[in-house]
Design a protein around this ligand. Structure first.
Ligand SMILES: Cc1cc2nc3c(=O)[nH]c(=O)nc-3n(C[C@H](O)[C@H](O)[C@H](O)COP(=O)(O)OP(=O)(O)OC[C@H]3O[C@@H](n4cnc5c(N)ncnc54)[C@H](O)[C@@H]3O)c2cc1C
Length: 289
């Protein structure tokens, strides 16, 4: 017989935060990671050792809005809701379309993808190149953290027990002029966990690189991004010379250290990651801007 557990489902975020402040609870948004993490065998209900608090229905966590040039996305927006929202950038929609199948996209949330902190989380490379900031709320107040500071390792994030991720903020998304690329390599185009994923962001001004950001997924414990390597490309003329491309690829070759697992080999992952980088650096579509 299934064991009884305590579960909370408050109407308001405020009440939820108050409960989290009193008691260590397992937060469930869509539950698509939590339920898998705690499953034992077929037909046996997942065993979650803490009281559960459901947050997926809280309207405070489901808002999507523009604030000046920034986009604010409620942490509990499901993938399907984001696909339907005209404010969501095309590149993020492209990444979302590769996630699982519609049933999971109807439940899974952007906040869940971040807080689960899987090295293969499909929205993460893009959120890194957007320089996403995370708004965390507790009874004490709000704080904003950069995504790369929040995610500390596989399934490890810098969240205090009494906090909820409320919003994902994509700064300057509505500024325009940037070209953003997302690519995922898996066994299929969707419904497959990434072997490698890649996001690139480039802004060009007067035929030179004004801003460039690159992030790789599934090739390390967290997303691989190097501000130092990116800085080397700032100011370079477009199209990049073969020598520049070779030098940058060789820089990333040193810091991309994938592992072998059931989905792929380290060698394959590294080769594909560097090919995706080369493809991004050689792209013609932004060279005329
Ligand atoms: C069949 C299947 C296929 C999948 N395919 C993919 C795929 O292709 N790509 C991919 O990236 N993922 C995939 N996933 C994983 C999962 O669907 C995503 O990571 C999803 O975004 C998780 O969101 P959720 O709302 O379901 O998270 P939950 O399972 O509810 O939560 C995940 C973690 O985040 C915490 N959490 C959630 N929301 C918050 C919040 N607002 N504040 C604080 N903590 C929070 C929870 O406590 C938990 O630790 C798949 C899962 C399944 C079951």
């Amino acid at each position: 017989m299934a064991e009884k557990i305590t579960a909370y489902r408050f109407d308001r975020l405020e009440q939820t935060l108050s409960q989290l402040n009193k008691e260590d609870c397992a937060i469930i948004a869509g539950g698509t990671d939590v339920m898998v993490l705690h499953k034992s065998r077929r037909g046996v209900p997942p065993k979650i050792l803490k009281p559960i608090v459901f947050i997926d229905h809280l309207f405070e966590l489901k808002q999507v809005y523009q604030n000046q040039k920034d986009l604010h996305i409620g942490a509990c927006c499901t993938y399907s809701e984001l696909l339907d929202n005209p404010l969501i950038p095309i590149a993020l929609k492209k990444a979302i379309k590769t996630i699982a199948a519609p049933a999971i996209r109807n439940r899974g949330t952007l906040g869940g993808n971040i807080c689960n902190a899987s090295p293969a989380g499909d929205t993460l490379p893009l959120l890194y190149v957007y320089n996403a900031k995370l708004l965390l709320r507790s009874v004490v107040g709000d704080r904003v953290v950069a995504i790369n500071d929040f995610i500390q390792g596989p399934r490890r994030v810098g969240r205090f027990q009494n906090e909820i991720l409320v919003e994902i903020i994509l700064p300057s998304v509505f500024e325009g002029g940037a070209h953003i690329v997302f690519e995922k390599v898996g066994n299929r185009n969707a419904d497959a966990i990434a072997k490698v994923s890649f996001a690139g962001y480039i802004r060009i001004s007067k035929e030179r690189i004004d801003d460039i950001r690159v992030a790789f997924g599934a090739v390390g414990p967290t997303m691989v991004r190097s501000i130092d390597i990116e800085k080397k490309l700032i100011g370079k003329p477009i199209p990049l010379s073969d020598a520049d491309i070779t030098s940058i690829v060789s820089d990333y070759e040193k810091i991309i250290k994938p592992i072998d697992d059931q989905r792929s080999t380290a060698g394959y992952r590294k080769t594909v990651a560097l090919n995706l980088l080369r493809y991004f650096l050689c792209l013609k579509q932004y060279q005329s801007h």
